[in-house]
Write a protein that binds this ligand. Structure first.
Ligand SMILES: NC(=O)c1ccc[n+]([C@@H]2O[C@H](COP(=O)([O-])OP(=O)(O)OC[C@H]3O[C@@H](n4cnc5c(N)ncnc54)[C@H](O)[C@@H]3O)[C@@H](O)[C@H]2O)c1
Length: 352
């Protein structure tokens, strides 16, 4: 396969980022797009010079000229569309969150393994410069034993457009935790490279969106009736087999000093670090033992200029390993499920 022909499924707010990511690879091109909203599909078609437009994703999946698909749909469609595409022999890059729940995610993993195709939940933050700098330092042991981390994405008035699928549990699976918490949780575990959670205590809240307060306006889906039965903030403490603890905080809407804050903080025996707003390292200087705060310079970025799409295409062509691994996506989904369960039961949830 000299050129990977990609079908874009979903022409919503994030579709442009998928199309430009795929087209960035010299051996790949988005050649078809599907969305029931003909106007949106046409808009993206014109922007990226896409050959074929379909109204139904099943047509892309059945198209023999398509090698691979990028799935950027409302969350309830993630698992069924990914499974159908894999069964039709297409490689798949799926946007986050993996699925509505662990059961669905496990069904996708089974389909991916059976198909032998490259399936990736494309976590874009892993490819950010901030993330890559701290990843490079963590992987060479700069922080010693990482015993604790904090990770957050806290928006003040940042719920997606009200009246769309984002606010509905049956269509989205959850609220801010699945929408933006998933990014920071994944990035944190990737940086500390710890994939063995043993227990979770969490709490979700719905305090504003249900009152129609705090809309941020993300999303291209056409709003209908205002339904909001998902979390607009959440917090969790996750314990790991080696004794490490991760503290996760997420909100679409909450009263706070700034409009938004996000990133990962790492605490290790030999140093600490933050990814945002600027990557920094905290430690005692080797030379004189003085405390120092360093902005790392000239760090060789592990994935360089790759993005989630170029890495996925490279993996399809046999030129690279997927940076976002299926097993890791499953661990993240396990933790997210456990946070919802802990919140509902009021109990700590053990993870097997
Ligand atoms: N990685 C990121 O940073 C990031 C950012 C935003 C959204 N996302 C994810 O991308 C996905 C899409 O989000 P969005 O913001 O583009 O949503 P959106 O509401 O803007 O767009 C969804 C699109 O899906 C289309 N659609 C609905 N049913 C369809 C079907 N059966 N077949 C084909 N198309 C259908 C809608 O018409 C709409 O155009 C979500 O899972 C979301 O979590 C990821």
């Amino acid at each position: 396969m000299s050129e990977v022909r990609v079908g874009m499924i979903g022409a919503g707010a994030i579709a442009n980022s998928h199309c430009s990511g795929v087209n960035k690879h010299k051996n790949a091109k988005v050649t078809a797009i599907a969305d029931p909203n003909a106007e949106r599909a046409k808009e993206v078609q014109e922007l990226f010079d896409i050959e074929t437009v379909y109204s139904d994703w099943k047509e892309i999946v059945a198209d023999p000229n398509i090698d691979a698909v990028a799935v950027a749909l409302p969350n309830f469609l993630h698992a069924p569309v990914s499974i159908a595409a894999l069964e039709a022999g297409k490689h798949v890059i799926l946007d986050k969150p993996f699925a509505l729940n662990l059961e669905e995610a496990e069904a996708v993993v089974a389909a991916a393994k059976k198909s032998g195709k490259i399936f990736m939940v494309g976590m874009n933050q892993r490819f950010s410069k901030e993330g890559q700098i701290i990843k490079a330092l963590a992987d060479r042991g700069e922080f010693g034993e990482i015993y604790r981390a904090e990770t957050c994405w806290m928006r003040r008035t940042g719920a997606p457009k009200f009246g769309t699928w984002f606010g509905r549990k049956d269509l989205a699976g959850g609220g801010c935790l699945l929408d933006i918490g998933v990014h920071e949780l994944d990035l944190c575990l990737h940086l500390i490279n710890n994939w063995e959670p043993v227990s979770v205590t969490g709490q979700i809240f719905t305090k504003f969106g249900n009152r129609g307060i705090g809309e941020g306006g993300w999303g291209k889906s056409i709003p209908g009736e205002h339904v909001f039965d998902v979390d607009d903030s959440a917090t969790a403490l996750i314990k790991f087999a080696n004794g490490a603890v991760v503290d996760l905080k997420v909100s679409w809407i909450q009263h706070q000093a700034t409009g938004g804050e996000n990133g990962v903080k790492i605490f290790g025996t030999e140093g600490g670090a933050q990814t945002h707003p600027t990557p920094k390292v905290f430690r005692f200087a080797k030379e004189n033992g003085e405390y120092e705060v360093v902005e790392p310079q000239d760090v060789k970025l592990p994935y360089a200029a790759a993005c989630r799409h170029t890495n996925w295409i490279d993996a399809i062509l046999g030129d690279a390993e997927p940076i976002c691994k299926i097993e890791e996506a499953l661990v993240v989904q396990k933790i997210l499920d456990a946070i919802y369960e802990s919140s509902a039961t009021g109990e700590q949830v053990k993870i097997k």
